[in-house]
Design a protein around this ligand. Sequence first.
Ligand code: ARG
Length: 456
Amino acid sequence: MWGGRFSGQVSEVMQQINASIGVDRRLFAQDIACSLAHAEMLVAQGVISGEDGSAIVEGLRQVKDEIESGSFEFRTDLEDIHMNIEARVKDLIGSAAGRMHTARSRNDQVVTDFKLWVRDAIDESIVQLTALQLALVEQAERHAAAVMPGFTHLQTAQPVTFGHHCLAYVEMFERDKGRFADARVRLNECPLGAAALAGTSFPIDRNQTSSALGFDRPTSNSLDSVSDRDFAMEALSAASVTAVHLSRLAEEIVIWMSAPFGFVELTDEFTTGSSIMPQKRNPDAAELIRAKTGKIFGAQTSLQTVMKGLPLAYSKDMQEDKEQTFVAFDALSLSLLAMAGMVRDLNIIKEKMASAAAEGFSTATDLADWCVKALDIPFRDAHKVAGGAVSLAEKKGKGLAELTLEELQTVEPGITAQVFDVLSVENSVASRSSFGGTAPDNVRAQVKKWKEKLNS
Ligand code: ARG
């Protein structure tokens, strides 16, 4: 491809370190789309003849068929996907193939291809996140009133509803979608036509190629165009936040499935057994989602490290941008699919959750709040009363709701039988009806809102 100056052969190890075809062959469809758009524009601008243009388009279509059908031979000596495709078009149509590289360079070509790939990955992530949200909303609807212990420090804090817990993740995944959507807006400018780094003297129409490829507009600075990999960093950072959220949910499923908790079950579809312990049923998918986070964080760190300190414009370092990005989005996509499947498969053991919700004096705050409202004492004093009641219940080996009125009155003589209305976990969650609170009615209202939003 640069035969004019070179006469010797590259060494085998040079070929090995230099070639990217093993990785960037995945960009074949994007690369062909860019070349088609570019060739059509060159014809429209009178830079190449209509005849050559048609031959190029024909050749590119045939190469696409060959790659899709598996008959295409990818050659490492041709370095990358761009040169593999161009060389094959040359085999098919002869020297006119060489005209499609007029007014462009592999530098603007590769970044355009990669942007198209990342844009698809963003769009797919948003679709998959929505499917996961819908699975969570369905669980929330089914279990709007199912009580479970709410934790802080993984210590029983206050009862909450399982529906509310599911909807917490729906909120997180909505923000994740927002991050992807924001990244997409900034990504969506077309670098094609920036050429090697300085633009071109040919009368190209960058608006035409930009809109043919679904971009909002062409990029405005040729140096920036070929140097920019922010779009991938941004997509990976959105993916990293999503991975954090996925791993937290995965961890909760692992905890909930452990025997001491026993809050949830998964069917054979989403569990595996042990080759030695016949009783085991393991939440492997959840554990693997938790672990795949490493690949996603790793890709982000890797790309930032590749890019840091690079002078403008293109450097070959940038060829190392794609591999980890592919790995990360493969991991994210599989994790999102598996998580949605697992959430749909999740069966909750209501009795187990409810009895755990009542343990650990989880309604102590309700007792304190009752004292504030019924006895008009300051919250700090009410906190002491409730603390005293917890200590008494602990001594007697009872739950708070099992203390007798007389026993409660030894702590605070003003307490009346009405207090028992707030000491059950059901009443506790029902009373938390402030906006954003865990009350079943709130959960139902939020479920309705999410269903409308996600299905629209
Ligand atoms: N395979 C290269 C990459 O992925 C394409 C661009 C090569 N450009 C160059 N000037 N050598 O970055």
